[in-house]
Design a protein. Structure first.
Length: 278
């Protein structure tokens, strides 16, 4: 059984499936298996990055799936040390993926200590013009980083991929995105797998029972109703199906408010200023 997935319109006239699959920590062989299973479950949107070292496995799954290229939405990302040579980096990613273009190419971290992300954005503009990527965007950018690229470029990132989940809701940044016409993508939508969801947010147990859904589905549906693009990672076949079955129920306003109330400003991953690895 497959499930219908909403799409979100982006500021360059394209659109993106609101739910996809995250692939962080899935190495090539696992990525091949999980992405193949995900395609069978109905996923068409896959999020990867050069640094995840799984683009080749994902490429194999894409080729063997037989799914028409136009039906897929593939995102990959420019790693920090590659910022000065974005064309080489995307060419290598495309070789590994076995694709002629990706749908979305993101600057993975601003890594402002390097002083290269603004120039990297200018390079991404050219890669887009040359058709190597359909859309361009950013990840882990704060408003000051968005300002810095706006100062040199008329092209607004289609989206910003940031840590976002019930314990860290990024309300100010989301409002900033809305003002600038930038869509919000959540990484770590299920709290990055690093907390016990029921223990941290006990009332989710009752909510899940009331909707006859899992706690994960209630959280993912909360993201959907906020208009956020999500790509939870799982290596389990059952959870792949669970995490995309989100469009046959709706949280009422009171229950949305209950989850909004869990915001603790609690980052579980790396802060933008610290994401400066080579
Ligand atoms: N741009 C960035 O800097 C950045 C940073 C981090 C991540 N990301 C992207 O965002 C994606 C998602 O974030 P994430 O992987 O950090 O965390 P996440 O999707 O919030 O959580 C993944 C964890 O939740 C578990 N899980 C998945 N579905 C579940 C379910 N239905 N019920 C219970 N547990 C479930 C997974 O375990 P099992 O595998 O055992 O199911 C895994 O441990 C990544 O894979 C990556 O593509 C981007």
């Amino acid at each position: 059984m497959t499930f219908p997935v909403n799409t979100i319109s982006l500021n360059d006239g394209t659109s993106i499936p609101q739910v996809g699959l995250g692939t962080y920590r899935l190495e090539d062989d696992d990525a091949y298996r999980v992405v193949s299973d995900a395609f069978v479950a109905g996923y068409r949107h896959i999020d990867t990055a050069r640094i995840y070292q799984n683009e080749a496995g994902i490429g194999r799954a894409i080729r063997e799936s037989g799914i028409p290229r136009d039906d897929l939405y593939i995102t990959t990302k420019l790693w920090n040390g590659d910022q000065p040579k974005a064309r080489d980096a995307i060419s290598s990613s495309l070789d590994r993926l076995g694709l002629e273009h990706v749908d979305l190419y993101l600057i993975h971290w601003p890594a402002p200590q390097r002083g290269t992300y603004v120039d990297a954005w200018k390079q991404l503009e050219v890669l887009q013009e040359d058709g190597l990527t359909t859309s361009i965007g950013v990840s882990n950018f704060e408003p000051e980083h968005l300002d810095a690229i706006a100062a040199v470029s008329d092209i607004v990132p289609v989206l910003n991929q940031v840590e976002l989940h019930p314990l860290f809701q990024q309300k100010a940044l989301r409002a900033e995105h809305a003002k600038r016409g930038i869509a919000t993508e959540a990484w770590g939508p299920l709290c990055h797998g690093s907390v016990d969801l029921a223990a941290e947010m006990p009332t989710l147990v009752n909510l899940a029972e009331r909707y006859s859904k899992s706690i994960a589905q209630v959280i993912l549906r909360w993201h959907i109703q906020h208009g956020t693009i999500i790509f939870p990672k799982t290596s389990s076949k059952e959870r792949l199906v669970e995490n995309i079955a989100l469009f046959d129920f709706e949280l009422n306003a009171a229950d949305m408010g209950e989850i909004d109330g869990f915001d603790a400003g609690r980052r579980l991953g790396t802060a933008p200023a610290d994401g400066n690895w080579d």
